[in-house]
Design a protein around this ligand. Structure first.
Ligand SMILES: N[C@@H](CCC(=O)N[C@@H](CS)C(=O)NCC(=O)O)C(=O)O
Length: 199
């Protein structure tokens, strides 16, 4: 049995859980909660970087959502990072955009929620918003490339879920990317997404 150190609000963790669910192997993973902002020593024993996700397996521990997904992809479930070069590159390209937007959103959240107000640096927040907006535009221009369930579309879905969760009132992404909004209306109804909604 694999173990996943997780936090429910983390979009990177959500990516890994949705990936495992879509691959049909979620029942082989035991979820073990971790609070990366609480007792750092606890998560640090599994991930020296003090971050979730960390996937503990009989083949060693994987830290970072991409490495976790890559390992899960080779555990005899449905393949979601295809070997066929063109499909693989497409998944990688879309993953890169969505994962980067996720990271910029996390930076924004940390900067705006965790820093004392007098230390918040608005130009840095604006830089993150611009990154997210450009990534949304790039994905909106390539909707055909997230039409299959793979690492790219899964990461895109989790990134948009995180925007809904954390950027309400700050970024109207549906107005900016209406095609993506229509895509997400369907994608977010998948059981893997419904089961993993952040509170
Ligand atoms: N690139 C990493 C990012 C993981 C990450 O930033 N996780 C956040 C939660 S969403 C975390 O644990 N942060 C705690 C910290 O940075 O100390 C991945 O893909 O897993």
């Amino acid at each position: 049995m694999m173990k996943l150190r997780y936090a429910k609000a983390s979009p990177f963790v959500r990516k890994v859980i949705v990936f495992a669910d879509e691959a049909g192997i979620a029942d082989r993973i035991e979820l073990q909660p971790a609070d990366p902002w609480g007792n750092e020593a606890d998560i640090a024993k599994d991930n020296p970087l003090g971050k979730v996700p960390a996937l503990i397996t009989s083949d060693g521990t994987f830290v970072g959502s991409f490495a976790c997904c890559d390992y899960l992809d080779r555990r005899n479930g449905k393949r979601l990072i295809p070997d066929e070069p063109k499909l693989r590159w497409r998944a990688m390209q879309m993953h890169g955009l969505a994962d980067g937007a996720m990271e910029a959103t996390l930076v924004y959240v940390i900067e705006s929620l965790r820093r004392p107000a007098e230390f918040v640096y608005q130009p840095y927040l604006d830089r993150q918003t611009a990154k997210i907006e450009r990534a949304l535009d790039a994905i909106e221009a390539r909707l055909g490339d997230i039409s299959e369930i793979d690492l790219g579309s899964i990461t895109t879905g989790c990134m948009l879920g995180y925007l809904d969760f954390r950027m309400k009132g700050k970024l109207d992404w549906r107005k900016r990317a209406p095609g993506l909004a229509a895509w997400y209306a369907d994608f977010s109804k998948r059981p893997s997404m419904l089961k993993t909604q952040p509170d």
